[in-house]
Write a protein that binds this ligand. Structure first.
Ligand SMILES: Cc1ncc(COP(=O)(O)O)c(C=O)c1O
Length: 388
């Protein structure tokens, strides 16, 4: 068989490989604690599950419009009004199976040989993978630990060239838990006035997962870039629905038809019962989201304290999501070597920072979407390993 060359350009999300490895060790009888995978350890709330069951019983078995059922797109528009205070047209919303398709489609829409797309490094690995696959050149936006893993607007603006088509932003961020500060976004948006042809994709999938009563700064707040802004969000994290595959993005008028055509070609539509479940999630009680966030906040304090007590580790305070990204340079191991060592010798799964870009060298990502007991046990195993 002769496989297309572009397949060599496609990267991966190492968390899935580490998950497979951890499951294999567990199957061999090892005690494994998985702090590698980025998904809430909570069940989807009952009323959401019930809504999907009801939709099936009510006969929602067929195709839906490719961009999603109108009731769901209207519910999303209302949700955006409530949580971000802006009014969006439901016709600009496209429902997709999860957060990932939006980033893939955005890269296919803008990327080709000769084009450049900017992405955060360290950042969600699928950005760089999708950019390369599209044929475009990935241009990293360096995130700095000293700034709480935010970027410097000046540095971003300085890297824009006449080939730049799209800038990808993500706050709160995976893998760092970092938050981009409002003044930095203000500066970036002001500078983008000189580059009216550059589009922005803001991945706001962790928008409801911000700690310390900080407001989430959405790119929706900047009217002047609305005609070239894509905002990605979804249900996976907020409602503990990673396996349901449901996400959305709000697209500028000029792109809606293109992305809908990508949906028709790719997956036709998201399965109907999941879309009805999505409405129940947005319109139903939100107390489970608050409860989950209280649990994550408690675990954040615990993992932060524990990580900073491990020889050779130092960890800045994550402001959002459910990841801690300690600096491990004091251990004198590379990120990859330490990921391997910790998994094989203690059964604790974490992800090497280099899985999120070259700037991730010297870091490990721990997800604290796990029980307090498991977090404490995992930290104790790693501390013992590195104390000897
Ligand atoms: C920043 C970011 N965006 C998007 C996604 C993808 O979410 P989904 O599972 O809904 O495709 C993730 C998942 O980890 C993520 O961390």
């Amino acid at each position: 068989m002769k496989i297309a060359n572009r397949m060599n350009m496609l990267g991966t999300e190492t968390a899935f490989e580490v998950l497979a490895r951890a499951n294999q060790l567990a199957a061999e009888g090892r005690s494994v604690i998985n702090l590698g995978i980025g998904q809430p350890d909570f069940a989807t709330p009952e009323h959401i599950v019930e809504a999907a069951v009801k939709a099936l019983k009510d006969g929602h078995h067929g195709y839906t419009p490719a961009n999603g059922i109108p009731e769901l797109r209207e519910a999303v528009a209302e949700d955006i009004q409530v949580y971000r205070g802006v009014s969006v047209n439901p016709d600009n919303i496209v429902i997709v199976p999860g957060g990932k398709p939006t980033m893939f489609f955005a890269c296919l829409l803008f990327g080709e040989a000769g084009a450049e797309i900017m992405y955060p490094d360290p950042g969600f690995p699928i950005y760089e993978s999708a950019i390369r696959f599209s044929g475009a050149t990935p241009v990293p936006i360096d995130l700095h630990e000293k700034n709480g893993f935010s970027f410097s607007a000046e540095e971003v603006l300085a890297k824009i060239s006449d080939k730049t088509r799209l800038i990808i932003l993500n706050s709160p961020a995976n893998p760092t838990g970092g938050i981009i500060q409002k003044d930095e976004i203000d500066k970036l948006v002001a500078g983008l006035a000189d580059h009216p042809e550059v589009a922005i994709m803001s991945d706001e999938i962790y928008s409801r997962m911000v700690y310390d009563n900080q407001p989430h700064v959405s790119l929706f707040g900047y009217e002047e870039i609305r005609d070239r802004l894509i905002v990605l969000d979804g249900w996976s994290k907020t409602y503990a629905m990673t396996g349901w595959r449901l996400g959305y993005a709000v697209w500028p008028e000029a792109l809606v038809e293109h992305v809908t055509r990508l949906c028709v070609n790719d997956h036709s539509c998201v399965n109907a019962p999941t879309q009805w479940a999505g409405i129940a999630a947005l319109k139903g009680p939100q107390d489970m989201v608050d409860e989950m966030m209280r649990a994550f906040d408690e675990r954040r304090e615990i993992i932060l304290r524990e990580l900073n007590d491990i020889p050779g580790f130092s960890c800045v305070r994550p402001g959002g999501a459910f990841y801690a990204f300690p600096n491990i340079t004091g251990t004198r191991h590379s990120a990859q070597a330490l990921q391997e060592k910790i998994l094989s010798e203690t059964g604790v799964a974490a992800i090497a920072g280099t899985s999120f870009g070259a700037n991730g060298e010297g870091y490990l990502r721990f997800s604290y979407a796990n029980s307090v007991d498991n977090i404490l046990e995992a930290m104790s195993r790693v501390r013992n390993l590195l104390s000897n």
